[in-house]
Design a protein around this ligand. Structure first.
Ligand SMILES: [Mn+2]
Length: 441
């Protein structure tokens, strides 16, 4: 890393903390608290065992700190005061304790090192304190509100507007993931099994499996018809029709979430794949400030139904296929979601007053129903799948005549297609972090 890059990232991080402090002070004032304590969390032990599950800190803690595996830390936030971090650094010879704070982030905090877990009551200094974290069982603190919804909504809404620091982190995660995606693609063409491809992906991203933002979906052939397919077959199938990989990466806790689909065969599936790639780019380009994401989701249904009609899979036009709910058999998930510290990031389903924003009727899985704002980061991930259970339902319905079943049967062994990019919303030209990352390679 050059000195310039380091300096730049320090400047971005300083501005990020200033924004967080501003958002915090506004949120405290609105909800009438004078102090917020954020607990990073505790390691969770398996039942009747002394083994810990991989630890994930409270995302509100990571919204301030690039500390991605730090349990038992407290962050104390107040109006007009430098944030205080109680930094847990036990003396331990079973596990390596967290390393010393690094000045690029630590300079923005007053740091108090602790070697024992600290009870909240030893920290509370306000008369109206709110706490955020999985802390219900840590009683005895007195007049404290645990995870108050109005304050959470305020903070969640703040997190929908990414700072330049956060965008830089998500862009960096995209670069790690894009490189690993290309390695995975080559591994597919070289004949590797799902398990081997997953290993190749992790190695190329430089991340362990538990450092991925979510369980990677590595699906050969009909496995792609299971939306969150979690198996990793050790054996390589004889026929290799198609490959779908939905895998990300993290950088300072921020996620990339990318999907690509490949085939070497020519024919209808290949045409469908290039059609899906084109329409994904169109939809990504349309994700600009002021657009209602619900309308974009419905547009995706129309475009996919139109493509299926053009290729002869559907015998009815797009209007009819969407109106009768037929398109939902082929696209049974939402167009995308907010992205950030959480893969499915917060506040996708509330308005700026914290009121619920309902999903469009017939689209129960959409995770984002807001009008897009400059600085939102989200995914665009249209898909089309050949899912036996949903197809059986359609075949048994009054709409069975709308489908060319012979062609559907030819396409089943390919599983499905999803193309997913990560977008930073702008007024005119939204930034496609994923295409940028692939283009850089
Ligand atoms: Mn996604």
């Amino acid at each position: 890393m050059t000195t310039n890059m380091i300096t730049n990232s320090q400047v971005l991080f300083a501005a990020h903390i200033a924004t967080r402090q501003q958002q915090l002070e506004q949120a405290l004032e609105l909800s009438h608290y004078d102090e917020l304590l954020i607990w990073s969390g505790a390691e969770i032990t398996a039942f009747l065992d002394d083994y810990h599950y991989p630890f994930k800190p409270n995302p509100h803690f990571m919204a301030w700190l690039p500390l991605t595996h730090h349990a038992e830390c407290w962050l104390q936030l107040r109006r007009g005061k430098k944030p205080v971090l109680y930094y847990y650094q036990p003396t331990d010879y079973w596990y390596a304790p967290p390393t010393d704070p690094e000045s690029w982030w630590a300079d923005h905090f007053e740091i108090k090192s602790i070697s024992q877990p600290l009870p909240a009551r030893q920290i509370v200094s306000g008369s109206h304190t709110a706490m955020i974290g999985e802390i219900e069982d840590r009683g005895g603190v007195g007049d404290v509100s645990y995870n108050p919804q109005s304050l959470l909504n305020q903070l969640h809404l703040g997190r929908t507007l990414k700072t330049d620091w956060e965008v830089a982190c998500i862009a960096a995660a995209n670069r790690l993931a894009a490189h690993a995606h290309n390695v995975a693609r080559d591994a597919f063409f070289a004949g590797e099994s799902e398990f081997e491809i997953d290993m190749s992906y992790c190695r190329a991203a430089g991340l362990q499996e538990h450092e991925m933002p979510y369980g990677s979906i590595v699906a050969l052939n009909e496995h792609a018809a299971t939306l969150h397919y979690q198996g990793k077959d050790r054996s390589s199938p004889q026929q290799r029709h198609a490959f779908l990989i939905d895998a990300g990466a993290t950088y300072h806790g921020y996620a990339a979430d990318i999907t690509r689909t490949y085939t070497q065969e020519s024919g209808v599936f290949s045409d469908l794949l290039s059609g899906m790639d084109e329409l994904e780019l169109r939809l990504a380009g349309a994700a600009v400030t002021g657009v209602d994401y619900r309308e974009l989701h419905v547009q995706a249904h129309h475009q996919i139904a139109d493509l299926l009609h053009q290729l002869g899979v559907l015998k009815v036009d797009a209007e009819t296929a969407v109106a009768k709910g037929i398109s939902s058999t082929f696209l049974p998930h939402g167009l995308g979601h907010y992205l950030g510290l959480q893969t499915h990031d917060v506040a996708g389903l509330i308005d700026n007053q914290g009121e619920d924003l309902p999903r469009p009727e017939g689209h129960p899985f959409l995770r984002l129903t807001r009008v897009l704002e400059t600085g939102n980061v989200l995914t665009i991930e249209p898909g089309v799948y050949f899912i036996d259970s949903l197809l059986a339902k359609l075949k048994a319905s009054e709409n069975t005549g709308a489908v060319n079943w012979d062609l559907v049967d030819q396409l089943r062994p390919y599983g499905g297609i999803r193309v997913e990019d990560n977008i930073v919303v702008a007024e005119q030209d939204s930034r496609n972090l994923t295409r940028e990352a692939f283009a850089e390679l």
